[in-house]
Write a protein that binds this ligand. Structure first.
Ligand code: ATP
Ligand code: MG
Length: 343
């Protein structure tokens, strides 16, 4: 049976990277799913604790993120949407998996390094190691992520390209568990990637666009006004080379804008370049702005509508958690039996 799981952190308003790299694909997987396929999309609030923030902000972010998912087309009749912390088996399985995950595997992950680098404003990633003010939660969160996925015996995980490494880790943990207890409890989940791969920061195209970056100008949030979108795209770092060409290695900034344009319009990057090759940066940026504004408009309209329906949003989350709990409890029970924790 095909079981699809994915998550999004309530760490801020979702941005173009989240949309083009993940949410858009979530919607199409949901719309093309077979009758028997189960799809779970989680607001992973326990993960959000790895970057400390105000309790009220976190609460607000959870509702906002849910509203945005629904506005983008996620349909609670076709999949389960729920808060991770409302299904306690995520934490419980996470502990079990912590006990079989070598620290060496986690130290090879790159996300915690990138996050500490931004948090503490450290210049070079080479200067970051396990004693650079690293909290255990940030270091271990890929194990919680493995638990999120394996708890439902998921077979498919649609994520952006920044998560490929964590999915590999998830498969390694699942394999180790199955071998250790001589029972294939967990299927090895497949990563589903979209062609968009990763959308880069508008401020520093050597980094990905992120919700948790302290620089508001580095990302376009799905709720940004046309004026904000235009300002941010105009300020986006590009280069002084003449004309428009696609070369992610040598012209990452302009190539990122081409990728964004291409993803919204369905044109290939070559087609976009052909259309705009003689434009200067400013002209091309104006065209990108227009495309982004036009495509976000219907989503933003829907967001405004859903903002007035907080009761409905809460019901959706509650219903999702109830259904997720049913599956999670059954699977956790099986794990507990296999490892010797049942009565
Ligand atoms: P944070 O900075 O708090 O980690 P984030 O922007 O990385 O936030 P997540 O909630 O961690 O967002 O990720 C949600 C989904 O969006 C994941 O599948 C992730 O791979 C995808 N994603 C995040 N950033 C990008 C990006 N810049 N380009 C493409 N996909 C992305
Ligand atoms: Mg992230």
């Amino acid at each position: 049976k095909r079981i699809t799981f994915s998550g999004i952190q309530p760490t801020g308003i979702p941005h173009l990277g989240n949309y083009l790299g993940a949410i858009k694909n979530w919607v199409s997987l949901q719309n093309n799913k077979s009758e028997s396929e189960l799809i779970l999309y989680s607001i992973v609030d326990l993960h959000a604790l790895t970057i400390p923030k105000d309790a009220k902000m976190l609460q607000k972010s959870k509702i906002e993120t849910t509203i945005i998912l629904l506005a983008c087309g996620i349909n609670p009749k076709k999949c389960l949407i729920f808060e991770q912390s409302k299904v306690s088996a995520h934490s419980e399985l996470s502990w079990v998996l912590n006990c079989i995950t070598p620290i060496g595997w986690l130290s090879r992950m790159t996300q915690w390094k990138t996050k500490i680098q931004e948090q503490k404003n450290i210049h070079s990633i080479e200067d970051i190691n396990m004693s650079t003010g690293l909290d255990l939660g940030l270091f271990a969160y890929p194990v919680l992520q493995a638990a999120d996925i394996l708890l439902y015996k998921s077979t498919h995980v649609p994520v952006g390209d920044d998560q490929v490494q964590h999915l590999e880790l998830t498969r390694n943990i699942a394999e180790k568990f199955n071998k250790l207890y001589k029972k294939s409890v967990f299927p090895l989940p497949q990563t589903i990637l979209v062609p968009a791969k990763r959308i880069l920061s508008l401020k520093d195209p050597s980094k990905k666009m992120s919700k948790s970056s302290p620089f508001e100008f580095s990302r376009i949030s799905l709720t940004d006004s046309p004026e904000e979108i235009s300002q941010k795209i105009n300020r986006a770092i590009t280069d002084s080379q003449k004309g428009i060409s696609y070369s992610p290695d040598t012209r990452p900034g302009i190539s990122n804008l081409i990728t964004i344009y291409s993803n919204f319009t369905g044109l290939t990057t070559e087609q976009v370049v052909n259309k705009y090759k003689d434009n200067d940066n400013k002209m091309f940026k104006d065209s990108v702005t227009e495309i982004v504004v036009t495509h976000l408009q219907p989503i933003q309209k829907e967001i405004e509508k859903l903002k007035k329906e907080e009761g409905y949003i809460k019901d959706v989350l509650k219903d999702g958690a109830n259904k997720a709990n049913e599956i999670a409890e059954k699977n956790l029970k099986e794990v507990y039996a296999v490892i010797g924790l049942c009565n």
